[in-house]
Design a protein around this ligand. Structure first.
Ligand SMILES: [Fe+2]
Ligand SMILES: [Fe+2]
Length: 186
């Protein structure tokens, strides 16, 4: 991991402890995305590691900084500020912003580059390997019915849209089927 990436990881860890986001977000979500991004990079060695890892640490800045507005757009704007602080050039900043803008894979915002696909895939895979859904459940923000609907929509988008590589889908399938079973039980 480059020195910059290490420093950005520390900066984000510090920001996550400021109380604007749930205390588990760094350890449960971001470390999960890091783990799967590294796994995907090992399978896709031609991808640009620096772009992917910048995306890993900076893609959820809108949430981490507790900012209102579009998750992707505000996230990309905040990411630019951090990258400028670290002296990244315009080309790198543009590439990272693009993968942040497409990381949720909403309608017309699908990732086009391998780096964008890795970020979206890792972001989705992370939710299958820890207690993310339980952490959200205990916040009590939704009714049980509303919560189940929210989870099922997220599971479907994660598995069918965000996981861009068939080999990654294969790795997740058993867990995806199990989660679906649990959340459709009456
Ligand atoms: Fe996100
Ligand atoms: Fe994320």
């Amino acid at each position: 991991m480059s020195k910059n990436i290490q420093q950005i990881k520390s900066l984000i860890k510090k920001e996550c402890s400021k109380g604007l986001i749930a205390d588990w977000f760094f350890s449960v979500h971001l470390l999960g995305v890091e783990k799967f991004a590294k796994w995907l990079l090992s399978k896709l060695p031609k991808a640009n590691k620096e772009i992917v890892m910048l995306g890993v640490w900076l893609h959820d800045l809108q949430r981490i900084r507790g900012l209102k507005g579009d998750h992707q757009k505000i996230g990309a704007r905040e990411a630019e500020k951090v990258m400028k602080q670290f002296g990244y050039n315009k080309l790198t900043i543009d590439k990272v912003q693009k993968i942040i803008l497409s990381h949720s894979c909403f309608n017309d915002q699908k990732p086009k580059t391998v780096e964008g696909k890795i970020l979206a895939t890792a972001d989705a895979m992370a939710h299958y390997h820890n207690d993310f859904y339980l952490q959200i459940a205990v916040t009590g923000q939704r009714s049980l019915k509303g919560y189940k609907e929210w989870v099922l929509e997220k599971l479907d988008r994660n598995y069918n849209v965000k996981i861009c590589f068939p080999f990654a889908k294969k790795k997740i399938k058993a867990r995806h089927d199990l989660f679906k079973k649990v959340f459709t039980m009456k």
